[in-house]
Design a protein around this ligand. Structure first.
Ligand code: HPA
Ligand SMILES: [Zn+2]
Length: 338
């Protein structure tokens, strides 16, 4: 019988991928205050403790209100670089070998920060991480679903000179009332450009939104997907298609998508044959990075060694890495679990 501590040590040592991560959600209060100071931006909260004490959310919107406020201090390319580098260096120390990160261009464009300022800072950090540590990455531009499809099209037009740096597009922000179908045409345009497509669905929204993401949009992956479990036919369809779910345990707890980590559905997802993965979503706001998410699952849901292996393996296979990159990381993972 493996002890909790043995499993936690194994989860820390294993090569991990992060497939659901909003770079603006990695903004630690200390760094936020530092960048606010150098940019002479005044934050609504006066101290780091004041800010941290506001991190009590009862739903997704509570969090988003703070998330948009926090990102408002990002003005220059160096700010986006520093933010991204701080995240990459943190997860490098946790044996994360590959990241696929979202950024929210519209959250910055609306404040007058140009698209090229954002993407140049983020992309340069991704390149530096590759050079320094061999960490590979994909960049996903996410559309804000509370805005119009027209606004998403305008954002796509701004991204056109940078298509070589972009791997996929996503859909995030306030889910209820903003179904995936609202963005059908813009996602079709993205697919025609050869971009991967993923969408947040079934975090707060009903199973119907997950159906739409799969059948109307044709997503390559589903972000969250928790509420898909309410519909057996949908579960069978996700399984049949082999779609990956990018699940975020600590996020789910903080945003009251689950009432208690003990009741987190990730083991059920695995038992149903779904390709669930572990991710941190917005680690600076939700109380933990990759290793903390695994530790919480191990401590509170008693996942076993076989399930731990499966989660890590699903993370490698569900990524957009090349087959040979996947094979390399699978070999390392297999050796560790032998
Ligand atoms: O967890 C999330 N859900 C939806 N939108 C988001 N934008 C950042 N994080 C999230
Ligand atoms: Zn998310």
């Amino acid at each position: 019988m493996d002890t909790t501590n043995t499993l936690i040590a194994l989860s820390q040592a294993m090569p991990k991928t992060e497939l659901h991560l909003h770079i603006e959600g990695t903004f630690e209060p200390e760094q936020m205050f530092e960048i606010a100071r150098r940019n002479q931006v005044t934050l609504k909260y006066h101290t780091i403790d004041d800010l941290k004490s506001a991190y009590q959310f009862t739903n997704l919107q509570d969090f988003l209100d703070l998330y948009y406020q926090g990102m408002s201090v990002l003005l220059h390319e160096i700010d986006f670089y520093d933010l991204t580098m701080a995240y990459l260096s943190k997860v490098h120390s946790e044996n994360v070998v590959h990241v696929e990160i979202f950024f929210d261009p519209q959250g910055h464009l609306s404040r007058g920060v140009a698209f090229d300022v954002q993407i140049k800072g983020i992309y340069r950090a991704l390149q530096d991480a590759k050079q320094q540590w061999g960490m590979t990455s994909k960049l996903i531009m996410s559309f804000l679903r509370h805005l119009t499809e027209e606004s998403a099209f305008e954002t796509l037009a701004l991204a056109t000179p940078y298509l070589d740096w972009l791997d996929g597009v996503g859909l995030d922000s306030s889910e209820l009332g903003h179904p995936p179908e609202k963005f059908l045409r813009v996602f079709q345009a993205c697919q025609a450009l050869g971009l991967y497509v993923t969408a947040h669905a079934g975090e707060e929204g009903p199973p119907e939104y997950v159906w739409q993401a799969i059948h109307a949009i044709g997503v390559d992956r589903i972000d969250h997907g928790n509420r898909a479990l309410e519909d057996d036919e949908l579960v069978a369809d996700i399984k049949h298609r082999g779609l990956t779910l990018t699940v975020c345990p600590l996020s789910n707890l903080k945003l009251c998508v689950v009432d208690d980590m003990k009741n987190h559905p990730i083991q059920k997802m695995l038992a149903l044959g779904l390709n669930a993965t572990v991710n941190s979503d917005d680690p600076a706001y939700f109380g933990g990075y990759m290793n903390d998410n695994y530790a919480a699952l191990i401590r509170q849901t008693q996942i076993n060694k076989a399930q731990l292996y499966l989660l890590a393996k699903n993370g490698i296979l569900g990524s957009w890495m090349t087959d040979s990159e996947k094979a390399t990381h699978l070999n390392t993972l297999n050796a560790l679990f032998d």
